[in-house]
Each structure stands twice: as structure tokens, then as C-alpha cells.
Write a protein that binds this ligand. Structure first.
Ligand SMILES: Cc1cc2nc3c(=O)[nH]c(=O)nc-3n(C[C@H](O)[C@H](O)[C@H](O)COP(=O)(O)OP(=O)(O)OC[C@H]3O[C@@H](n4cnc5c(N)ncnc54)[C@H](O)[C@@H]3O)c2cc1C
Length: 482
């Protein structure tokens, strides 16, 4: 893990533990008697779980400063994986209240007294309902495709369930949480709740409202390969969208409804005209409907997000693109041309057949770079095809790297990868096996629910285990210290 990422993990952990730490400090200051260890353990799990849920609203992948610092891939992975940690922690939370042991007192134990729930049946009700909503939220996120839930419908369901967990969870904590009765702890909950609601409102209410004043319109729409469109949009006014090459935006074409937008990488370089270009592959409803979109249609943009750029200190650059993964590479190449980048750059571009490939040289002007080579690889080669044939998997990559026409730049060059998941997995695995350090591999996925098996993907999961382990350790330290 890089130093910067470790710092963010530390800050994130500190925020998750903030309600527990504040509770311990406030408890000691108030001089309240200690409860049994299991009861306080249960309370600590509940607090940490709710803090993760609230902070997940900030890990939407649309928080611009965060996504341009850490990249949207990492943010969305953190959002998904920590959602699972929250579920486990919150499912354990009621059971730690010694469900099996009757609470002290003469009365027959009820579910509320067994769970040590104060604040009446409303506290119990909202707590259980929040847990049920969280279960449904995580289940539909993991099994969306298997249960045949359309992406757009899932996004609405996900948003409604997340807001329900927030409202019900915070109510349960404030009404039933023993330590939430301490003003300092209630203040921390108010702060985290405001942060979560503000993140949600900025993305789904404020930005759609502000988009009207900074709209674009379709100025060009041309088919540039089989099922691939070049969409160009021009600002309707003097406003400009600041972006760095390789970033992406969320597009709404012809409407401003929240939750109905799609992410696309910008495929041109920033320039004074403020125009944005995209290479869009037909995949489903929205992308297929693009063909009938008239020129002049209003387009609303949320961005720019993410981070996929050539590191300033890279000595040389090797780009590995599969299918529509070429889109951000075209932007990076056009930017390199505009900046007269003297560094050697190689592009390996793979697809099923030549008719599905865009003309990279014309779109980016890369032929004007001082040291640039392009090698294409297709699975179905026509007669007379003089470039690589096959899939961009481990063998394909090894063959391409040895091809004199490619002029490999070796393991010291920075490797930028974008394409379908199996290709990215194979390429990352092969590069790392062949000795390319992880710090010289920059990947960009076009899916949020990816779960690769490459050493790079496994590192992200190791980071998750590290964060979750750090959380358990932090909670244990707090319980001993209380
Ligand atoms: C950061 C990022 C950058 C991308 N850049 C490009 C690009 O430059 N060019 C390009 O052609 N495609 C790009 N994509 C993929 C593109 O967003 C989807 O192909 C498109 O949204 C499909 O929408 P649809 O309604 O046509 O298809 P649908 O039938 O709705 O979806 C087909 C599949 O696409 C995925 N998908 C749909 N909507 C979204 C969404 N809002 N967010 C993420 N995935 C979604 C889902 O896995 C879904 O199962 C990018 C995706 C991401 C996450």
C-alpha cells in the first residue's frame, strides 16, 4: 500500500472509531458505572457499524476531491467491501448483548430487555428494520445480476434502502443507545449524519439543480466503428468543465432526472473550446438509444471524476487497452500530443475484430508524438492482417511484448490498463509475475462490481482485511481502556 493510501485508511479508521472513542471519553468524564464487557462490546459494534454506513455516503465515487485523489475504482471498492464489514458488525451487534442470558431483574425477559434496548419499542423497531434494510441493500448489491435486477432500477432501490438505513439506524442509536444520551456522543452522531446527508444531497439534489446553468448540447454524433459512437458535446454558454485527461463524467442526455445517468470516460484532451468527446459502445438501453439522439439535444454533466493519468515521474508509458477501454487512452494520447510529451509511449490495443476498433491515430493525433508505437491485436484477423492475432491474455501479452513492431519499453515503464475484467485480470497478473512493480501499474475498470483475482485486485482486498482488522483492534483497545 502506498503511503498516501495508508494515511487515508488511518483517517477513515479514526472516523469510524470516533463515536466509540468519544463515548469512552464522555463516559469517564461523566463517571457512569461500567456495564458488562459484552454489553459495551455490543454497543461498540453497533456504533462502528453505523459509522461505516454513514461514511459510505461519502465513498460514492462521486465525491470529486476524493475520487480525483484516490481514483474511483478504489473508492467504489472501499464502498462495497466496507458495506460488507458493516453488515457483519451490525448483525453481531444484537447478539453480543448476551441474548442467551436473562437480564438482572425480577420481570420475565422480553426481546427489548434481552437486547438491553431502552427507549421503548420504537428503538427496537427501528433497529431491527434498519438491519433488515441493510441486509436487503447488501444482498441486492452483490446479487443484482443473478436476480435479474436492471441497473437503473437497482440504483433507485439502493439509494432508497441506504437512506432508510441512515434514518432508522440514527433513530435507533439516539433513542436506544446508552452513550448517545451523552451530549458529546450525540454531537458526533449529528456530525456524521450531517456529513452523510450533505454528500447525498450534493450529488442527487444540488448538482442536478445546478446542471441547468452549465448544460451542454450534442454537437456531433458519428459512428466510428461497429457499435461504437463518437459523441461530442459543446457547452451552451461560457462555462467550462475543468478536467484532466483520463477522467470520466456522468452523462444525462435529454433530461435532468437524478439517478438516471451513465458514466463515460472523456476521450479528448482539455482545450479552450470546452468541448467534450466520448467513445461510447452500445451495451444496453441508454447506449443503444444514442443512435437516434438528434443534434442539439441538451446534455447534463456531473464531473469530472476519477483519476487515470500518466504519473509525472514515469520515464516511459505502456498502454494496454481492450475494447472500449481505448476511450481514456485516446484522451491521454491527445493530451500527450498537446503537451509535446517527449517520453516513449507504446499502445497495445486489442479487440475481437478490426471493424470494432476505432482509428486511434486520427482521434488522438498520436502519430505526432516523438516516440510512439501502436500494435493492434485481434481475435478474428482478416486476410493480410499484419499485426498480432489472439486474445489479450497472458500468452497474448507475452507475444505482443516480444513483437519488435511494439518495441517494448520494459518493466520500468508505467503500465496503464483499461478493458474488460478478464483481460485486466490476465494482464495485471502477467505483468506482476514478470516483475513489474505494483506501483507502476495503473488500472481503470468500466464496472463498479468487479472482483478480479489478479495480485493487484487481491491487494485491494488485503487493504480491506487490514482496515477491518484495524477496526477490531481499535474496538478492543477502547473496551480495555474504558
Ligand atoms: C468509470 C466508468 C467509465 C466508463 N467509460 C465508458 C466509456 O468511455 N465508453 C463506454 O462505452 N462505456 C463506458 N463505461 C461503461 C458504461 O457506463 C456502460 O456501458 C453504460 O452505462 C451502459 O448503459 P446502458 O443503459 O446502455 O446499458 P444497461 O443495459 O443499463 O447496462 C449494461 C451493463 O452496463 C453496466 N452499467 C449500466 N449503467 C451503469 C452505470 N450507471 N454505471 C456503471 N455501470 C453501468 C452494468 O454492469 C450493466 O449490467 C464506463 C463505466 C464506468 C464505471
Amino acid at each position: 500500500m502506498k503511503k498516501k493510501q495508508l494515511l487515508w485508511v488511518g483517517l477513515y479508521l479514526a472516523l469510524i472509531l470516533l463515536p466509540v472513542v468519544t463515548s469512552v471519553l464522555a463516559l469517564r468524564a461523566a463517571g457512569w458505572p461500567l456495564r458488562p464487557l459484552w454489553d459495551d462490546g455490543a454497543a461498540a459494534l453497533g456504533m462502528a457499524g453505523l459509522a461505516i454506513v454513514l461514511l459510505s455516503f461519502c465513498l460514492l465515487g462521486r465525491a470529486k476531491p476524493l475520487s480525483s485523489l484516490l481514483g474511483s475504482d478504489l473508492l467504489m471498492q472501499a464502498h462495497q467491501l466496507m458495506g460488507r464489514t458493516a453488515l457483519v458488525v451490525l448483525l453481531l451487534h444484537p447478539f453480543f448483548y448476551s441474548l442467551w442470558a436473562a437480564p438482572a431483574g425480577p420481570a420475565e425477559p422480553t426481546l427489548s430487555t434481552s437486547l438491553r434496548i431502552t427507549g421503548g419499542s420504537w428503538g427496537l423497531f427501528t433497529g431491527l428494520l434498519a438491519l433488515a434494510c441493510l441486509l436487503a441493500l447488501v444482498f441486492t448489491a452483490i446479487f443484482r445480476q443473478r436476480i435479474g435486477l436492471a441497473y437503473e432500477r437497482w440504483r433507485w432501490i439502493h439509494s432508497v434502502l441506504a437512506l432508510a438505513v441512515l434514518v432508522l439506524g440514527v433513530h435507533h442509536t439516539l433513542v436506544s443507545g446508552r452513550y448517545a444520551q451523552l451530549p458529546a456522543v450525540a454531537g458526533v452522531w449529528a456530525l456524521l449524519t450531517l456529513l452523510a446527508l450533505a454528500s447525498w444531497l450534493v450529488v442527487y439534489a444540488l448538482r442536478p439543480l445546478m446542471q441547468r446553468a452549465s448544460s451542454f448540447s450534442v454537437s456531433r454524433l458519428t459512428r466510428c466503428a461497429d457499435r461504437i459512437w463518437l459523441l461530442e458535446i459543446t457547452p451552451q454558454g461560457p462555462h467550462r468543465l475543468p478536467f484532466r485527461a483520463g477522467q470520466f463524467v456522468w452523462l444525462k442526455i435529454g433530461h435532468r432526472w437524478p439517478h438516471i445517468d451513465n458514466p463515460f470516460s472523456i476521450s479528448n484532451a482539455p482545450d479552450a473550446s470546452g468541448k467534450l468527446q466520448f467513445l461510447i459502445k452500445e451495451a444496453g438501453d441508454m447506449t443503444r438509444a444514442l443512435a437516434s439522439c438528434p443534434l442539439g439535444t441538451a446534455v447534463y454533466v456531473d464531473g469530472a471524476h476519477g483519476r487515470f493519468d500518466i504519473p509525472a515521474d514515469a520515464k516511459a508509458v505502456t498502454m494496454l487497452a481492450g475494447g472500449i477501454g481505448i476511450a481514456p487512452m485516446v484522451s491521454l494520447l491527445a493530451d500527450a500530443v498537446a503537451r509535446q510529451d517527449p517520453r516513449p509511449i507504446r499502445l497495445l490495443y486489442a479487440d475481437k475484430c478490426p471493424s470494432q476498433m476505432v482509428d486511434v491515430l486520427t482521434l488522438s493525433g498520436a502519430a505526432n508524438l516523438p516516440d510512439f508505437k501502436l500494435l493492434r491485436m485481434v481475435e478474428h484477423a482478416p486476410d493480410g492482417w499484419g499485426e498480432q492475432v489472439g486474445r489479450l491474455d497472458a500468452d497474448g501479452l507475452t507475444r505482443a511484448m516480444r513483437d519488435p513492431a511494439f518495441g517494448s519499453l520494459g518493466n520500468d515503464s508505467c503500465h496503464l490498463i483499461c478493458g474488460p475484467d478478464p483481460m485486466m485480470d490476465a494482464v495485471e497478473t502477467t505483468l506482476m509475475r514478470d516483475g513489474v512493480p505494483a506501483s507502476l501499474i495503473v488500472s481503470k475498470h468500466f464496472k463498479y462490481d468487479f472482483s478480479g483475482r489478479s495480485p493487484l485486485a487481491l491487494r485491494v482486498r488485503q487493504g480491506w482485511w487490514l482496515t477491518s482488522g484495524g477496526l477490531v483492534l481499535g474496538l478492543a483497545v477502547m473496551l480495555i481502556w474504558r
